[in-house]
Design a binder for this molecule. Structure first.
Ligand code: NAD
Length: 481
């Protein structure tokens, strides 16, 4: 197989130059544990240089560019991404362990984010406000300035698309810190952005460790907005650092999302959504539906159907495009294995199989479905971030709502019922940022505002809503008599 990495992965993009950091880190291939390549170990000095380059762009050509021209560059970038889908997918499969089909879908989503935000760039505008006699009052939507983007390893392309795409569309200059476990498509994206004609400094990329490059970015006084996706603990640290500089933060911190299946649901339609939302990306998905709440009248039937689906799941190396790939790292594998050990007192309804040809050195775990799980069991409360789902029986609507709302999180929920009135009632009563009725995930939903409540975080990304998050409002009051 030819190497799909067409660029030098050991460099950081700062302004218009690709520069080495003083040290490098090894990137691992989770499918077999081998070393994939070296990447830059950027630190405070590289972050500082990147922020300076972004400030120069903000005060220069990038800051002066019209919304129309910004949109045209993003449109070109989206088209360039389209021409490299296969390379991007292979890179992501090697780096993250994503099955190729999922990696291709992520690359398509990245292109689609550019297309969406390209079109939106010149459609964002302020308002005029009726005011006192003799005044004309209007609002301007202006970029924050320099924005920091701290991205995790589970969906690098999708998260870069939604966050950097919206920030660039609104005229911010970005400093992107991808995850140390998976940063190659962030670098590929930056190369394509240069090719699309993005002015120097509008996008800067500094790979490195969270505690070094990440912490330096979160704490940098030259940043005017931070967007973070990752764990609750790190998100809280990023928010604390932002608070010291009094800058706004968007936090997307994962969840323990439920899908709720009522007795009158179309179970055949629901089944693929229920299973896929647990095992997609090996369960390393912030919006994974890790809890399946089932009304008692259909519980046994659905349990049997899901158990069969789990028994059919096979796990293998990413490039062989299995249904389930490896986890991101041996560390994540140990974390998920620890969770499975916590479920020793529970009933295992079914487990998938690791294929015999999967290297023993890969980060594989068996997808696992637990049945009859009490809602307060640790596995029904903690985010596992692996291919693990729990089945929880419930009696009526109130019971379902209490269980669904009974965790610290609130990111996404799914409701399966044919009863229209119940659909509307539950959509209001469920505490979460998105509610899907008789579907789950709506095919990715570039256009759909996304974000959480409670420990799932705050702020909204995706869709048009993100453009508000990446701008601030200025009110202009003119007295003319
Ligand atoms: P993490 O939150 O530590 O890392 C996410 C990003 O934050 C990475 O780019 C990392 O380098 C950076 N980072 C780490 N420490 C930082 C700091 N002090 N300041 C600024 N940035 C910092 O997540 P992790 O350790 O990679 O994964 C641990 C757990 O987090 C997972 O098991 C999972 O439960 C959760 N997680 C959630 C998401 C999500 O999409 N919500 C994504 C990844 C991980």
């Amino acid at each position: 197989m030819t190497n799909p990495i067409w660029f030098d992965p050991t460099l950081c993009l700062i302004g218009d130059r690709w520069l080495p950091a003083p040290d490098t880190l090894d990137l691992r291939n989770p499918s077999d544990g081998s070393t994939l390549c070296a990447i830059a170990r950027g630190g405070p000095a590289e972050i500082d240089a990147a922020v300076t380059a972004a400030q120069t762009a903000r005060d220069g050509a990038w800051g002066a560019m019209t919304a129309l021209d910004r949109g045209r560059i993003l449109a070109r970038l989206g088209q360039l991404i389209e021409t490299r889908i296969e390379d991007l997918a292979r890179i992501e499969a090697l780096d993250v362990g994503k099955p190729l089909t999922q990696a291709r879908a992520d690359a398509q989503a990245l292109a689609r984010y550019m297309e969406f935000y390209a079109g939106a760039a010149d459609k964002l505008h302020g308002q005029t406000i009726p005011y006192l006699d003799g005044y004309t009052v209007y609002t301007l939507r202006e970029p924050h300035g320099v924005t920091g983007h701290i991205v995790p390893w589970n969906y690098p392309m999708q998260i870069i698309g939604r966050s950097v795409g919206a920030a660039l569309a609104t005229g911010n200059a970005c400093v992107l810190k991808p995850a140390e476990e998976a940063c190659l498509t962030a670098l590929a994206f930056a190369h394509l952005a240069q090719e699309a004609g993005l002015p120097p400094g509008a996008l800067n990329v500094v790979p490195g460790l969270g505690a070094e490059a990440g912490a330096a970015l979160a704490a940098h006084p030259g940043i005017q907005h931070l967007s973070f996706t990752g764990s609750v603990a790190t998100g809280a640290r990023v928010q604390a650092a932002a608070a010291r500089n009094v800058v706004p933060v968007t936090l997307e911190l994962g969840g323990k999302s439920p899908q709720i299946v009522f007795d009158d649901a179309d179970l055949d339609a629901a089944l693929p959504f229920l299973v896929n939302a647990g095992i997609q990306n090996a369960g390393q998905t912030c919006s994974a539906a890790s809890r399946i709440l089932v009304q008692r009248g259909v519980y046994d039937r659905l349990r049997r159907a899901m158990a069969q689906a789990y028994a059919d799941l096979t796990v293998g190396p990413a490039l062989s495009d299995p249904r389930v790939g490896p986890l991101i790292s041996a560390r994540q594998q140990a974390l998920v294995q620890g969770c499975l050990d916590q479920g020793r007192d529970l009933v295992i309804a079914a487990q998938g199989q690791i294929r015999a040809d999967a290297p023993k050195t890969g980060a594989y775990v068996r997808p696992t479905l637990f049945a009859d799980v009490p809602p307060d069991h640790p596995l029904a409360q903690q985010e596992i971030f692996g291919p693990v789902q729990v089945l929880i029986p419930f009696d009526g609507e109130d019971d379902a709502v209490a269980i669904a709302n009974g965790t610290d999180y609130g990111l996404v929920a799914g409701i399966w019922t044919r009863d229209g009135a119940r659909q509307m009632r539950l959509a209001k009563r469920i505490r979460s940022g998105q509610v899907f009725i008789n579907n789950y995930g709506a095919g990715g939903g570039v256009e759909l505002p996304f974000g959480g409540t409670g420990k799932s975080g705050h702020g909204r990304e995706k869709g048009f809503e993100a453009l508000y998050a990446f701008t601030q409002l200025k009110t202009v009051a003119a007295f003319h008599g």
